[in-house]
Design a protein around this ligand. Structure first.
Ligand code: WT7
Length: 651
């Protein structure tokens, strides 16, 4: 039977129970876990925390005396790098490979747990020698190379707080994030590689380092591409020199369970990114637990691969901390999915015998477009479980993933969570949960999610509304760095300090399964990357020729959503479309470049001058226009509509 006929046939199958052979061998087989967790949440989370090695046991599981500022496992002391590295070495597993690292040009480096143990201690001492102390912020702006993992773990070893910036962001964006978090040290490469080309990262960082402000004392440079790199005396140091000079032994600091662990900036409703703060004990507990349960992990048998970048929370939790806490062997890949060819992912799955593969719907849609011949070139028979994250997965992509990559035998875990939640919250347990393509199914044991009516705030048993989380969870963000007020305002103002407002709309079906629809705020999800319309707007408006801009998201077959910008120019110039796209790439990063720019003499505004994004969204999506009576100048809409129609006929 050909593939499309098979997919059509599968489409009729609405539910996929765990395959028999899978169910019997699964890590979790007892459906009683949900009730057990609900009966006594504290005992439940306490049991999960016992997975870790604690230097001192906690006295309180959950301190909820000052909601929404919840504190977990207070009184406990532990160290993340000890849990991710030392304890495996101490148990005699030092020779086990932590990462099969694979470079873009085919280079390979196997990094064992013993290697990490050696490198993390040395780099931790190097950081100390540079003046980094407990609680200091260390910026990490590195590509997917083993040093990024070493740098993160070294921070956790000494109680420094890492602030990783995705390597695809611009140096300007990086500098902004360093400035607002008052980073003391920044770690960057000399340059980075992408599809056979190199880019001079350090030079770009130099150009903006002055904007970071006084907090920044040192820049550590990793020799990655080997290009000539100017070093500033007294400020810059080479990674390899700092490591060579460092003492080999650095005992892990016993840190408070609530010691700040990392900040990760993510987009919100305003142009200012949110510094999401995670702490030590609760984060590692939930990440280690979910990584084992959701991925049915058998650390001695599995080879695990998450294709994300460490610069996103998925990489933090499910490339670095979860897999290392569980002592599994992972694949880490530096490059793009289509370089040197479009089969590179599948070649790596075959080469390393990957058993568990975790990626994003946008990547799956790209693979569908490229064609089944690429996966067909490789033996994928070792795969036994597939995961999806980042945005709702459309049933067509789900079925293709299931059939073409999973050979029809692998359960798919569609995992819903956020930078803020730190770890997976809603997902099937693959040995227990019947899946439905497109639904992330039900909350994990210990997690409680509800749908509230948008206008009344009442709980809905089925139907659509606002997704909220009604019980605190260990890996939850503790605050927005340096901005408690915005933290409360963003997540807890609407329904009070016990009810976390997710920012997603979702639907619950008759079986209690959740179907996430998308964001309710001005956040756009492009290829699973979260961007704020306000941030993109302010980047566009900072171009000297631009008078005004409004940005909206529209549905896109490949990237989930795409950015459409409506721009009014102050003054025309040469190839303005390109100029603006380049400008946005420089300010934020290539991923934020608008896919479509629509020039307009004016934007639809209310009488009080507010831009009506709702109408722009309707235009961008080609929908019938909603109510335009509140507009100051209804003619603006007619003009815009014809402009968009013009653009579409050019495509
Ligand atoms: C937003 C969070 C989770 C790590 C990567 C993104 C959307 C995430 C799913 C899913 C439907 C999803 C939500 C969420 N999202 N996973 N499985 N199904 N939507 O983290 O950048 O913080 O974005 O991504 O809209 O709120 P993030």
């Amino acid at each position: 039977m050909d593939l499309s006929a098979r997919l059509e046939e599968l489409q009729q199958v609405e539910r996929f129970p765990p395959p028999d052979g899978f169910r019997e061998q699964a890590v979790v087989r007892d459906a009683g876990v949900y009730e057990e967790a609900a009966r006594d949440r504290h005992a439940w989370w306490e049991r999960q925390a016992e997975r870790l090695d604690w230097f001192e046991r906690w006295d309180t599981v959950l301190d909820d005396s000052n909601p929404p500022f919840f504190r977990w496992f207070t009184g406990g002391r532990l160290n993340v790098s000890h849990n991710c590295v030392d304890r495996h070495v101490e148990a005699g597993r030092g020779d086990k490979v932590a990462f099969h690292w694979h470079g873009e040009e085919g280079e390979e480096r196997d990094v064992t747990y013993a290697d990490l143990h050696r490198d993390v201690q040395r780099f931790a001492n190097a950081l100390k020698a540079l003046g980094v102390e407990r609680g200091d912020v260390v910026g990490i702006f590195l590509p997917m190379i083993p040093e990024v993992v070493v740098a993160m773990l070294a921070c956790t070893r000494i109680g420094a707080v890492h602030n990783v910036v995705f390597g695809g962001f611009s140096a300007t964006s990086c500098a902004e994030r360093m400035e607002v978090s008052a980073a003391k040290v920044l770690i960057c490469p000399d340059g980075s590689r992408r599809k056979g080309k190199t880019a001079p990262v350090k030079q770009q960082v130099d150009a903006v380092a002055g904007d970071i402000g006084e907090s920044l004392e040192r820049i550590v440079v990793v020799r990655n591409v080997g290009d000539d790199t100017p070093m500033q005396e007294g400020r810059d140091v080479w990674w390899h020199e700092a490591v060579d000079a460092a003492d080999p032994e650095c005992p892990p600091e016993p840190l408070d369970a609530e010691a700040p662990m990392f900040i990760l900036y993510s987009s919100g409703s305003t142009a200012k990114p949110k510094g999401i703060l995670h702490t030590t004990g609760g984060y590692l507990t939930q990440v280690a637990w979910t990584h084992q349960w959701v991925f049915d992990l058998k650390p001695d048998e599995d080879v695990y691969w998450c294709s994300a970048d460490v610069g996103w929370v998925t990489g933090h939790s499910y490339i670095v901390y979860g897999p290392l806490a569980n002592g599994v062997t992972s694949v880490m890949y530096e490059g793009a999915p289509d370089y040197p060819d479009k089969d590179v992912w599948w070649a790596l799955c075959e080469r390393y015998g990957v058993t568990i593969f975790y990626t994003a719907p946008t990547a799956i849609r790209a693979c569908i477009k490229w064609g089944e011949e690429y996966p067909a070139r490789h033996d994928l028979s070792k795969l036994r479980l597939l995961g999806s994250v980042g945005e709702p997965i459309n049933p067509k992509a789900w079925l293709w993933y299931h059939e073409v990559i999973g050979g029809g035998r692998c359960p798919i875990v569609d995992t819903w969570w956020q930078t803020e939640t730190g770890a997976i919250m809603v997902s099937p347990l693959p040995g227990l949960t019947e899946t439905k393509p497109g639904s992330c199914t039900i909350p994990l044991p210990g997690i409680e999610a509800k749908i509230l009516d948008e206008s009344t705030g009442e709980e809905k048993d089925d139907g659509q509304g606002l997704l909220v989380l009604t019980q605190p969870w260990p890996a939850m963000l503790r605050t927005l760095y340096g901005d408690d007020e915005r933290f409360v305002e963003t997540y807890f103002k609407r329904f009070g300090p016990e009810t976390y407002l997710v920012g997603d709309a979702a639907r619950k079906d008759g079986d209690g399964y959740l179907w996430v629809i998308g964001r309710i705020d001005d956040v756009i999800n492009v290829s699973g990357h979260r961007l704020s319309t306000a941030e993109v707007e302010s980047a566009i408006v900072s171009h000297p020729n631009v008078a005004e801009a409004a940005v909206v998201g529209r549905h896109d077959e490949d990237t989930g959503q795409a950015i459409v910008a409506f721009v009014t120019l102050r003054e025309d110039g040469d190839d303005m479309e390109r100029a603006i796209r380049d400008h946005v790439a420089e300010r934020i990063g290539k991923l934020a470049r608008p896919k479509r720019i629509i020039w307009s003499d004016d934007l639809p505004k209310t009488r009080s001058g507010k831009i009506m994004r709702r109408l722009l969204r309707d235009i961008a999506e080609g929908r019938e226009l909603g109510d335009v009576t509140t507009l100051r100048d209804p003619d603006v809409m007619e003009q815009l509509k014809s402009k968009v129609a013009e653009r579409q006929s050019e495509e």
